[in-house]
Write a protein that binds this ligand. Structure first.
Ligand code: SAH
Length: 367
């Protein structure tokens, strides 16, 4: 009897074997290469082989917690489009759309903005064939055209609103370890018992930052090319990007690589490809990189504050007015979970990047 659990562990074993062969052949793997393989290996990677999001999966994201999240972001997009002088067409593209829930909820909100709905075309940027299918059925019958792309560079030029919720955290990180007065690459090797283990590699040159022994510094190599590509578009057309993720406002030292399986933390080196691997987003680094490539930056703002300023309470109360008695509790608890400082309200942050000369998108321009 081969159940879903058996298939999961079979794939994990396949990827573990492949990674061990690769390490035996090419030497230790950078943490970023290990993370890349675990998440995106074709066939045996975590995202490429399953639909992981939701109660029955491994983790829950804001759009899955409450429809209010996607609806408010949908209305935010309309307001941004207005600051762009209402271009037609406007592409609203989403990086890593998961189950397509955010876009489904945004589309519902756009029904009250017919001129926008008449101008918008949707782009979903996804590398996972499994999630692509889930998104296709979620957006089946969409009143706006929907296109799929494998990267931002495939999205046609022109005015763009880009959304990314819990996308950056899934981009691989490198980890550097400070040891004996120098920064060194943290790597994944095979230990004496044949399992995966961390080790520390040769000295790296060119990084002049003092730190205590064993301090860890995390770097996300894919951020700069992504933001450069956005900046190139922003030179030609109005562009606004909404980035929401969990992470810290100030750069710091520390190991934030985290594995999650079935809503619990797990060992990042256990069951490669079978567990989710993410790391905190360094919003200070993200902001610096964005400024460095010439984008205008607003935020970061805590998610709770952002959503409250966009009118979360009014939207929640409207939903409650028409809700069935048995729906009230989940509407209330979902709305609270998004904004409560003890839940998602503070840990998650919102950063907005725009082309120069665009009025600050709400709620940033307001006093
Ligand atoms: N935004 C969704 C899903 C978050 S999970 C939500 O909030 O529910 C991360 C998403 O990013 C998944 O859809 C995953 O398949 C996608 N993804 C991960 N790495 C990617 C990459 N390099 N390019 C495009 N999509 C990627």
């Amino acid at each position: 009897m081969g159940g879903a659990g058996d298939r999961r562990s079979a794939r994990a074993t396949i990827l573990a074997a492949r990674l061990k062969e690769r390490i035996a052949r090419d030497g230790p793997l950078k943490v970023s290469d290990y993370m890349e393989a675990c998440l995106s290996d074709s066939g045996a990677g975590y995202y490429t082989s399953r639909q992981p999001i939701g109660e029955a999966g491994d983790f829950i994201t804001a759009p899955e917690v409450s429809q209010i999240f996607g609806e408010l972001i949908g209305l935010w997009a309309v307001a941004v489009w207005q600051t762009m002088a209402e271009p037609k067409p406007i592409v609203v593209a989403e990086l890593g759309p998961g189950r397509g829930t955010l876009m489904e909820d945004a589309l519902r909100a756009w029904r009250s903005a017919p001129r926008f709905l008449d101008s918008v075309s949707i782009g979903l940027i996804e590398t996972s064939p499994v999630l692509h299918e889930v998104q296709q059925s979620a957006l089946h019958g969409s009143p706006a055209p929907v296109m799929w792309y494998r990267g931002l560079d495939e999205v046609p030029d022109g005015p763009l609103i880009l959304l990314a919720n819990e996308f950056i955290d899934a981009l691989p990180i490198r980890q550097l370890v400070h040891r004996e007065g120098a920064w060194r690459e943290r790597r994944v090797v095979i230990d004496d018992k044949g399992g995966f283990a961390f080790s520390v590699g040769e000295k790296l040159s060119g990084l002049d930052l003092d730190a205590p022994d064993d301090a860890i510094l995390e770097i996300r190599p894919a951020v700069r090319p992504l933001l450069s590509s956005l900046a190139r578009r922003a030179d030609q057309s109005p562009v606004a990007a909404l980035i929401i993720d969990y992470g810290h406002v100030e750069s710091g030292l520390g190991d934030t690589l985290q594995a999650v399986s079935r809503h619990r933390f797990a060992d990042p080196l256990a069951r490669p490809g079978d567990i989710d691997l993410t790391a905190h987003v360094d919003f200070a680094a993200l902001k610096d990189t964005a400024l460095g490539v010439g984008l205008t930056v607003c935020g970061p703002l805590p998610q709770g504050e952002f959503l409250l300023k966009l009118g979360l309470e009014a939207r929640r109360d409207r939903l409650l007015e028409t809700a069935k008695p048995e729906q009230r509790d989940s509407i209330l608890s979902g709305a609270t979970r998004l904004i409560d400082p003890q839940q998602m309200g503070l840990l998650f942050k919102v950063l907005v990047l725009t082309s120069n000369g665009l009025a600050s998108p709400p709620p940033f321009g307001e006093t």
